[in-house]
Write a protein that binds this ligand. Structure first.
Ligand SMILES: NC(=O)c1ccc[n+]([C@@H]2O[C@H](COP(=O)([O-])OP(=O)(O)OC[C@H]3O[C@@H](n4cnc5c(N)ncnc54)[C@H](OP(=O)(O)O)[C@@H]3O)[C@@H](O)[C@H]2O)c1
Length: 352
């Protein structure tokens, strides 16, 4: 009797096991369809395209034959960025347009996006413009908190709001993409970053909302979340707030600097494949899996992998937090070497 039961169970379980293995194999080996297979002839608009991550993305898109519009406030930095790209890649100067604009000014950025679209229909919008100040919440000036919130949140929302109706007009025949440069601190606090951490968390909410609002259209949404990346932004903070950085390195267990070229490569690869979430290092993967919530998985194989990893990674975050608490409770509280000047939007010239 027992033997008969085993045999009938086998009859059911064997095909099921074959099916599961088959689906897993298909998911792991399937090559996802490219959303934007090539950037040749595409128009890529990059806010914050004059420096750091935005500039590296611009250079790599130009190398693939894309037309570019770089947007930032400082004209001289935009011009330098353009001549760097033109001379290093030998691309025609008229394939790169520049717009000096403040992303946190709704009217100005909306006009800049409309003008850019009139030059060439926009295929990809990359929102990389952002600012950071190292300081404690209670030491930061209210005007600075407001400036960071305006640039890092509304300065991403405004260009996106302006480009969506334009992209929708042609999205059936022309797949397009919106890319938000968030940060590792979209999922984990960046110690001593006052408004920066909340602003980057807000971008995660924006990206998730956008992903689902644009689902019926042929418009992809990608959120790229780099860790510490060697750019002028980080160099500035390293100069101004060495003690914060040193403590941060102990909290984040070393916090190796990422190369902006590598961040750019991963980001471009992700939006071309319409991958939603990009993390650029192991910690990024850890926070992505443990904090996934309702964020869509990049692929079915990623989903399967995350199912296996979620418990061990949750244990790792617990150990990580024990270390962070130990560091914070046993270290001297850092202070800024010098008081940073209050910079308000009114004080920052748009053209300098
Ligand atoms: N570096 C890192 O460690 C790191 C890590 C994770 C995420 N990120 C994110 O990556 C993005 C780029 O940072 P980055 O390190 O490449 O910084 P960056 O080298 O300082 O570049 C910032 C760019 O944004 C522009 N910008 C700033 N405020 C603007 C405004 N109000 N309107 C228009 N443009 C503005 C800057 O030009 P102007 O000043 O001339 O306007 C510059 O082109 C930011 O969103 C940042 O939060 C950076």
């Amino acid at each position: 009797m027992a033997v008969q039961l085993d045999a009938s169970a086998l009859m059911w379980y064997a095909p099921l096991a074959v099916l599961v293995v088959g689906v897993a194999f298909w998911a792991l080996t399937r090559r996802p369809k490219m959303h934007i297979p090539s950037l040749k002839g595409k128009h890529v608009v990059i806010t914050g395209g004059s420096s750091g991550i935005g500039l590296c993305i611009a250079r790599q898109c130009a190398a693939e034959g894309a037309f570019l519009t770089l947007m930032a406030r400082t004209t001289s930095k935009l011009e330098d960025a353009k001549s760097q790209i033109v001379s290093s890649l030998n691309v025609p100067p008229d394939s790169i347009a520049l717009k000096s604009v403040d992303v946190s000014n709704a009217e100005a950025i909306s006009a800049a996006i409309t003008e850019s679209f009139a030059w060439r229909p926009i295929d990809v919008l990359i929102c990389s413009a952002g600012i950071l100040e190292a300081n404690f919440i209670d030491d930061a000036k209210p005007s600075k908190l407001e400036e960071i919130a305006r640039i890092n949140i509304l300065g991403v929302m405004f260009p996106i709001q302006a480009v969506i109706p334009l992209m929708k007009r042609r999205c059936k025949e022309h797949p397009s993409s919106i890319v938000i440069i968030g940060s590792l601190s979209s999922s984990i606090f960046l110690y001593g970053s006052n408004m920066y951490t909340p602003s980057k968390y807000a971008l995660k909410g924006l990206a998730e909302l956008l992903k689902f609002e644009l689902l019926p259209f042929n418009i992809g949404v990608t959120m790229s979340c780099p860790a510490f990346t060697q750019t002028p932004m980080l160099e500035e903070v390293e100069k101004e707030a060495t003690a914060f950085i040193q403590l941060g390195e102990r909290i984040y267990l070393g916090a190796k600097r990422e190369c902006p070229e590598q961040v750019a490569r991963l980001t471009i690869d992700a939006f071309k494949r319409n991958v939603f979430f990009v993390s650029t290092n192991l910690t990024g993967m850890l926070v992505r899996v443990t904090g996934r919530g309702f964020l869509p998985a990049e692929s079915f194989s990623t989903f399967l992998l995350e199912l296996i990893l979620v418990v061990p990674l949750r244990i790792l975050t617990y150990l990580w937090l024990l270390n962070a608490k130990h560091v914070l409770l046993t270290s001297e509280v850092p202070s800024l070497k010098k008081t940073q000047p209050t910079s308000s939007l009114a004080q920052k010239p748009v053209n300098s």
